[in-house]
Design a protein around this ligand. Structure first.
Ligand code: NG1
Length: 442
């Protein structure tokens, strides 16, 4: 088994082996002896490019060695039997078909239901179900609600497992798109970054992705080697956020409202990305600082797409939101150049600018994240730092010279606990390969 784990987890493979053995023993205790396959899907840390994906912009994530595992065997019928190594997540059973009723909002099984439903819609024949056991538990799982995309790791793991057990031959970018749509089932209107990263990442590389599908449905993406001698240090503020229950869809709505307004001047645009070549100074005067769906309707401006949870009179800060997306896309392009030219200093500056834009224009930061970023920037050898993921809590990522990592950890702990009375959880991001089956016989 170790031979299969070393290419994924490197020097931590031995500790992972115990985890995999525990998972298999648990699986047999629920479903009995017999053949079993194991699949994994990683979480991610986003280096730069936040809230750009649902605007068809650019992103640059890195897959983490924190992942979700599924041990599974196919069933003769179409039922999914799903258990979880964490007892707080109750076992569920549901049949796979094109219209699977959801569990209550926020229920863990909705990610699996969404994945199964979307696959069933995709293929013309019925799918076989599975007996499956999920392991996303700490310390090896992706921390939940912390902007490291535990939800997509789970969704992708389920979709990949079902696809493989049913011998479906799906190109990975296409599977990523199906997984993106699968997550909409849970109630968020998210982009494709996380699922694409989980399925196409490369170890020691950031994935540069243009999230706008090409006319033939393909995507442009590329890999940039992570700076040598530098580590990505992740510090978790401990502040938890749920995209399903929180402000994420409101930001999506604000961007859609900005598109609707700009469409008066640039007919045919569908996403903010479509105005990316136009200088911001031309766009800014066209966008009000604040509007509402009612005011827009009164002007005959219809905002497209589902807008779950957004009321007629909720303020929509379209100008600042669009400015963040416009400037952030430029920063991601520049960050890719900086990485190619091994210009770590520039990459760090761009990360800091991205944080400021996320804080001031997109308003997705919080005092804990701002304090962590500020503290990180006080340490020698830290090139840059920013919040990562959806925001409103979760983690920061700092780009730190290897020699400065210890000092960084100590300083973050000291500064954070003095201000908030508790310590942040800090870990170094070891990059991981994309999702796949783990060939355990090796
Ligand atoms: P996290 O950070 O995992 O909540 C979310 C979205 C991404 C992207 C980022 C913000 C999902 C599954 N993930 O990620 O698509 O929009 O926020 O950049 O919706």
């Amino acid at each position: 088994m170790l031979d299969a784990l070393v290419p994924i987890y490197g020097e931590l493979a031995e500790r992972q082996q115990e985890r995999y053995e525990r998972l298999l023993a648990h699986f047999y205790s629920i479903y009995g002896p017999g053949p079993v396959r194991v699949f994994r899907a990683p979480g991610r840390v986003n280096l730069i490019g936040e809230h750009t994906d649902y605007n068809h912009g650019y992103v640059m994530p890195v897959a983490l060695d924190r992942d979700t595992l599924i041990a599974a065997r196919p069933r003769e019928d179409a039922e999914v039997h799903l258990a979880n190594v964490e007892s707080e997540f109750e076992p569920v059973v549901f049949p796979i078909h094109r219209d699977i009723p959801p569990a209550p909002k926020g229920h863990w099984s909705n990610y699996a239901r969404g994945a199964a439903q979307r696959l069933a819609q995709e293929v013309p024949h019925p799918l076989r179900g599975m007996d499956a056991l999920v392991d996303g538990a700490p310390p090896f799982g992706v921390p939940r609600g912390s902007g490291l995309s535990s939800s997509s790791a789970f969704t992708v793991a389920v979709a990949l497992t079902l696809a493989e057990l049913n011998n479906l031959e799906l190109e990975r970018p296409h599977l990523a798109r199906l997984c993106q749509e699968a997550e909409w089932y849970t109630g968020t209107q998210g982009g494709i970054m996380d699922q694409f990263c989980a399925l196409l990442a490369r170890r020691e590389h950031a994935l540069f992705l243009d999230t706008r599908p090409q006319p033939d449905g393909s995507f442009y993406f590329d890999y940039a080697h992570l700076p040598t001698d530098y580590e990505l240090v992740i510090a978790d503020s401990g502040v938890r956020h749920s995209n399903v229950l929180g402000g994420y869809n409101h930001r999506v709505a604000e961007c859609r409202a900005a598109v609707a307004i700009l469409r008066q001047h640039y007919p045919g645009i569908t996403h903010l990305r479509d105005v990316q070549p136009i200088p911001w100074s031309h766009l800014e005067p066209l966008l009000p600082q604040v509007t509402t769906l009612r005011q827009l309707a009164e002007q005959g401006i219809a905002v497209e797409g589902p807008l779950p949870g957004v009321g007629e009179d909720d303020p929509l800060k379209v100008r600042a939101r669009a400015r963040h997306v416009h400037t952030e896309n430029r920063r991601v392009e520049e960050a890719l150049d900086a990485m190619r030219y091994r210009d770590v200093e520039r990459l760090g500056q761009l990360m800091v600018q991205a944080h400021i834009s996320a804080r001031d224009d997109y308003e997705i930061s919080c005092p804990e994240l701002d304090a962590l970023v500020q503290a990180a920037l006080e340490v020698d050898g830290v090139a840059g730092a920013r919040l990562t993921g959806a925001g409103w809590g979760g983690c920061i990522v700092a780009l730190a010279h290897r020699d400065g990592v210890q000092a960084l950890e100590a300083h973050l702990r000291h500064r954070f606990s003095r201000q908030f009375g508790r310590e942040p959880h800090i870990f170094i991001c070891r990059s991981a390969p994309a999702a796949g089956e783990v060939p355990l016989e090796k």
